[in-house]
Design a protein around this ligand. Structure first.
Ligand SMILES: Cc1ncc(COP(=O)(O)O)c(C=O)c1O
Length: 473
């Protein structure tokens, strides 16, 4: 298994800018010990495992206190649960809103939620799962949610508005205060998705960086999510979903009373609930305390500023937004901008992993604690890779030609032929048909420039179907 791992991104060496969050060997040992101590326990039944109930309620109370809940914490009004991650927290918030609306807004027969385009797809997943239509609104030029556009999208069917602190693609905090006010005016629920920022922004603010209001200190915010397994540095999978009051949280809960197996209550999506992540989160929060988190946030912000200054000095690329914390995107400069997908390919040949984004083309960066150790090495590689991308090459010209041919074909071919055409194009561009091509830039270039995106979902479904099948490797 250690050998199989060889092909994974080397996150231990800070090569991933997202997905993993690591502090130190010492902290890892603590997490693992707490996790394995509660390896077999099951949070499904708190009467059997009062230990897990204690850990969960205390983690929720600490998170609530951090995010503007009643400072008397444990007896505070804000309530919540630990879930398996940001996605489950958002699923719960949407399900809660739907069931709240059935009681309080019966006129909303075909419920809708209004979100800025930058909101995480977990909302769209929730919409699909729970039958709530998603209305996406365009962003402002600074990539933040547009209050006017969101207000204009409200209909009698709207039940929920949501925005992020910060949003994943560009790392900017939406104008939560103004948006929550609009929600209140229309008697709607409002969710702040602080999955990324929940365990970072309060400390970033304490350090003196400007952070706008985003939490329960804003009157109209009715629910929030904050991920323990991101900037909480806890073990996966763990997140917290919070509600302004217990009455609202009741809509999250599931109870079935007619089962021969007994009365079945379940607070979140899953039935059995792993004890390990809950125990590990409790252990870590008590170990680090506010002081520990503050120290970590300070180091992360310093590293972020250092890397951003380095990027600013490289011709052809730039940070495309004005992020409040350590999440941002690298895009092409306005003049003589580089192809950032090519840049990501060059970087990945050196072991650096970046998620490619579109609208506009950019590379996602989440700086966390581990990156302070590799910041110089990263900037050195970034300078060299940018230099390589700036040079013309035959491969790049061929890619551009294939993309323009595929583009022309897309205008002419019926939709159902597009998958086959894209398959062909992907093979030409370095894809093997099974698995992912080593260079992704041509694929992203092709997808990004397609005039007809109707078939893109089918194409991606084919791709993930292949990835999720057994094959000898
Ligand atoms: C803003 C935001 N919300 C929600 C999520 C979903 O979190 P998870 O991947 O833990 O389900 C993410 C993940 O990156 C995110 O960035």
């Amino acid at each position: 298994m250690r050998a199989v791992r060889d092909h994974d991104v080397r996150w231990q060496q800070g090569r991933a800018f997202g997905m993993t969050y690591y502090i130190s060997e010492e902290v890892d040992e603590l997490l693992k010990e707490a996790y394995t101590l509660f390896f077999s326990e099951n949070g499904l039944n708190p009467t059997a495992f009062p230990s897990l109930r204690k850990f969960e309620t205390e983690v929720v109370a600490m998170t609530a206190a951090l995010l503007g809940g009643d400072p008397s914490a444990c007896s505070g009004e804000v309530v919540g649960n630990i879930t398996t991650g940001g996605t489950e927290s958002l699923l719960m918030a949407v399900k809660t809103a739907r069931d709240w609306a059935r009681q309080h807004k019966p006129e909303a027969r075909e419920p809708e939620m209004v979100l800025p385009l930058s909101a995480h797809p977990a909302f769209d997943k929730a919409g699909e799962y729970f039958g709530v239509r998603v209305i996406h609104t365009p962003l402002r030029e600074d990539y933040r949610a547009d209050v006017g556009a969101m207000r204009a999208a409200i209909t009698p069917n709207t039940i929920l508005m949501a925005a992020s602190a910060p949003a994943y693609p560009h790392g900017v905090v939406d104008p939560i205060h103004e948006l929550a006010e609009v929600a209140q005016e229309h008697d709607l629920l409002f969710h702040t998705d602080a999955c990324v920022g929940g365990f970072m922004l309060p400390f970033v603010r304490k350090l003196g960086y400007p952070v706008p209001d985003f939490d329960f200190s804003v009157t109209g915010v009715t629910s929030m999510s904050a991920d323990l397994h991101k900037f909480g540095y806890a073990a996966k999978p763990a997140s917290v979903v919070l509600y302004r009051d217990a009455e609202l949280r009741r809509h999250q809960m599931f109870v079935y009373t007619d089962w021969p197996g007994g009365i079945y209550p379940s607070p979140t999506m899953t039935g059995s609930r792993a004890g390990g992540p809950v125990a590990a989160a409790w252990a870590l929060m008590n170990f680090l305390g506010e002081e520990g988190y503050l120290h970590i946030a300070g180091a992360v912000m310093e590293t972020t500023k250092y890397i951003q200054a380095g990027i600013a000095a490289i011709p052809g690329i730039r940070v495309i937004s004005d992020p409040e914390m350590s999440v941002f995107a690298i895009g092409p400069s306005e003049e003589d901008g580089l192809d950032v997908y090519e840049l990501a390919d060059e970087l990945s040949l050196r072991g650096w992993h970046f998620d490619r984004q579109h609208f506009p083309a950019s590379l996602h960066v989440t700086v966390s604690y581990i990156h302070q150790a590799i910041r110089e090495e990263f900037l050195r590689d970034l300078v060299e890779c940018a230099e390589i991308v700036r040079r013309p090459s035959l491969r790049k010209s061929i890619n551009r030609a294939v993309i323009s041919v595929a583009n022309a074909a897309a205008r002419l071919l019926p939709e159902k032929w597009m998958s086959a055409a894209m398959d062909k194009a992907s093979a030409l561009l370095g894809g093997s048909g099974s698995g992912l091509p080593s260079r992704m830039a041509p694929m992203y270039g092709l997808i990004g420039s397609l005039p007809n995106r109707g078939d893109l979902k089918e194409f991606v479904l084919d791709l993930i179907d292949g990835i999720n099948r057994y094959s000898e490797q």
